[in-house]
Ligand binder design. Structure first.
Ligand SMILES: [Zn+2]
Ligand SMILES: [Zn+2]
Ligand SMILES: [Zn+2]
Length: 360
């Protein structure tokens, strides 16, 4: 929402997960968060000692999948050497009083995004990004198909040490798990309830608002304009099939979400014919972010409908999306202790800056 002055202090509620609140605090003299340094980008194309560089395939665990083929791979998937979860055991559940644990069953794989060591997402070609997205789909499909015990296959990418990136060669990761992660579960549950009440997908509603809604709030006494609400100002990119939106209650200063314009619950249903369009929107969004906050450490992750019988009835209420979360500030004790997120750049300003980047 447009503010005439440059200081904003607001608690915003995530419309999808109402239990999640964000403090937007842009006052110049109040900086509750410390700046996170940009990660130096290793722009070398090939590194002799890097296990992910082409020619060094013997340094990684064996190839699980390669695209277009193993000899001339552009994208390659291997087992993670240090898996967070693995599927080599049938140990079951541990119960000890209030302490309960499910054995860390699942799979953890690495997707080598590109044979070029230091290439950034925004520098990859649309063709290459389409291939990468298809590789995500392909591998998710295989994992769900092979093991019905897996409820969720999470695809994500870390760049920079603060975002958990430890290997400089550009890569993504897949963790397949027997439980649905809390963030996804909350989105699925809340959007299901919204659907029951409104017979409408909340993500579709947010897209509709972003594309059409405009209002002016006047002061009751003077009649002067108090505030202009233009939800359309949250649109960062729009193509034929996709939209990139700066969320109104963004947890991170430069967070952007990409969603298909047409309702779709499962990322696996994205047709090959529109993958290039998604790739283009991803590339352009990453280029905008790079121009405004160059070299920022970031995570992105795919949220798609979980598999299994419990989620079959959520096809109309859930809507898959990619969340891009650059890490430009360090969370403080206030955030860790309260569960609030503090965002020091107003989402309206951030969206405006991102939109203003001239890419053509
Ligand atoms: Zn490398
Ligand atoms: Zn929808
Ligand atoms: Zn999400």
């Amino acid at each position: 929402m447009t503010q005439s002055n440059d200081s904003l202090r607001e608690i915003r509620i995530n419309p999808i997960i109402p239990s999640e609140s964000v403090v937007i605090s842009t006052a110049r003299n109040m900086r509750p968060r410390k700046k996170e340094e940009p990660a130096p980008r290793d722009t070398r194309e090939h590194v002799e000692t890097c296990p992910f560089c082409s020619g060094n395939e013997a340094m990684t665990p064996p190839t699980l999948s390669a695209y277009p083929d193993e000899q001339h791979w552009a994208v390659r998937i291997v087992e993670n050497l240090y898996p967070v979860l693995d599927d080599n055991s049938d140990q079951a559940v541990l119960n000890f009083g209030l302490h309960q644990a499910i054995f860390g069953y699942g799979r953890h794989e690495v997707i080598i995004d590109h044979s070029n060591h230091g290439i950034a997402i925004h520098d990859m070609s649309v063709d290459h990004l389409s291939l990468l997205l298809s590789a995500y789909q392909d591998r998710m499909q295989q994992l769900y198909h092979r093991d019905p015990k897996l409820k969720y296959v999470l695809v994500f990418k870390n760049f920079g040490p603060a975002a958990g990136g430890t290997i400089p060669h550009t890569h993504s990761q897949i963790i397949a798990m027997p439980v649905v992660p809390e963030d996804v579960y909350n989105e699925v549950e809340h959007s299901r309830r919204y659907y029951e009440k409104n017979q409408q997908c909340i993500f579709c509603s947010l897209i509709d608002e972003a594309l059409t809604f405009e209002a002016t709030i006047y002061d009751r006494d003077s009649g002067a304009i108090k505030r202009k609400i233009n939800v359309g100002q949250y649109v960062v990119e729009k193509s034929e099939h996709f939209i990139a939106i700066k969320p109104f209650a963004s947890r991170f200063e430069w967070e952007v979400h990409i969603l298909p314009l047409k309702h779709q619950a499962d990322f696996l249903d994205m047709q090959q014919s529109i993958a290039a369009d998604f790739a283009r929107v991803l590339k352009r969004t990453m280029a905008r972010l790079e121009t405004v906050i160059g070299g920022a450490q970031y995570n992105y992750f795919l949220h798609s409908i979980p598999h299994g019988n419990d989620y079959k009835n959520c096809n109309s209420s859930y809507h898959w999306h990619l969340e891009i979360c650059p890490r430009t500030t360090i969370p403080s004790g206030f955030e860790l202790g309260s569960g609030f997120f503090v965002n020091i750049v107003s989402p309206e300003d951030a969206a405006e800056q991102l939109r203003a980047v001239n890419l053509d």
